[in-house]
Design a protein around this ligand. Sequence first.
Ligand code: ATP
Ligand code: LTN
Length: 326
Amino acid sequence: MKKILTGIQPTGVITFGNYIGAIKQMVKYQDEYESYIFIADLHSITIPQDPKELSKNIRSLIALYIACGIDPDKNVIFLQSENEYHANISWMLECNTYFGELSRMTQFKDKSKKHANFSAGLFTYPVLMASDILAYDVDYVPVGIDQKQHVEIARDIAIRFNKKFGDTFNIPDVLINDDGAKIMDLVDPTKKMSKSGENPKGIIRLLDDISEIRKKIMGATTDSEMCVKYDEVNKPGISNLITIYASVTGKSIPDIENEFLNANYGAFKKAVADVVCSLISKIQDRYNELINSEELDRVLDNGIVKARVIAKAKYLDMKNKMGLKR
Ligand code: ATP
Ligand code: LTN
């Protein structure tokens, strides 16, 4: 069975965009692949985090994974920081990664601009991500398009290491979600909906009040044309709502355009709000059962045992090949 692995940073309550672009894909893949899914908490501290908030977000994200349909019996679910081999492997990989190639990472260029005094960890972030991936010899890494460059550098690092020290790593491929659905901000639909987005009105968070979510969708930016037609360039707001409706109902864009041929924007928005609210309220019901339960801890305790065995073997193999021994 082929292996897949992905992670999400616990940098805030996940958005509907994260759900569509990452979690829903993993739910689909869990029946086809041996699946690993983790909370990338070590990645999240590349930007300063409030410790109390961070641990709250970590627990909440695990509960949300499961509430969204990630099945603990079909996935190894774990917390990155509980597996010390990731950071150890990362150091050995860092010493086989060039400053120049890390300088070309677009996420680093973007994020370092936003922080006057950014950490060295923000710069070496892609190497830690490479270690997450390479430790498990995974075949595919399902991520959104924004993370493609990071998977590519993981491949480059693996190929280089294999050449220098002998066959050690499987070379992973990126798996971009097949419908390519990228959910945009509701207020500024030319911008990706993102956990760290500034305007809360533009962002649907999975733990927002259902009535708030409805309000946000009803207030989404559209245009003055009154025609439900997909056109990303001229009608980014309506196109985004069509994408959202399509991603929840599974309907095609032409079918949706047909369905709302004579509808006004109010009626269309209401239909979008109905399907999104119904989906998210089911997720929230399950979340509320899980968040204070021991089941969550059992899942992580189980996951970390499995993950550590695999990453430890890779760590020892690397150490040995690099001559880090007496
Ligand atoms: P941040 O604001 O902290 O950068 P983010 O919301 O942009 O966070 P990430 O943690 O970078 O999300 O990404 C988690 C996963 O969700 C990735 O696979 C990413 O590609 C996917 N993803 C994030 N935002 C969207 C979106 N708007 N539409 C589809 N997929 C998304
Ligand atoms: N950088 C990713 C999170 C992440 C990840 C990984 C994804 C960390 N390690 C390994 C896939 C595989 C993000 O911000 N979405």
